[in-house]
Design a protein. Sequence first.
Length: 143
Amino acid sequence: MAKMNIWSSGAGIVALIFMVAGAVGAVLQFIDFYLPAFQLAPGDTKTLIAFILVIAAMAFCGIAIIVAIFGIPKLLWIIFAFLALACLLVPPIVYAFDPSNPFGFLYFNGLWYQFLQLDFIGFWVGAGGSLLALITGLFVPSD
């Protein structure tokens, strides 16, 4: 399987920077929202699933970055970027359809930004970084 030219192409370096942004966004979300929420409500199923998904998003981004150092197949890069994006998008979508949530989609509401700023920034940096890593990964040339 052909490996991507991450270090020798401009698109590869841009894709790597976006994947790092995805990892940083997931870490910001984890630290500011999911870790305190899990400590406050350890028995809540939705909180546990969101906690695990954000850890998975961090892992997918981190594994893709580490494997890219040695050469990563293009399909594997795209799969890791897609899985990181999916893991970051699922918890807010689940919370948006929760009947007890009066705000709707959490990251479009201005009140959400006032209370949990790092979570708001982390979501958009993580989701945007993962999406752009996926898109730019399509344009990276293979060996």
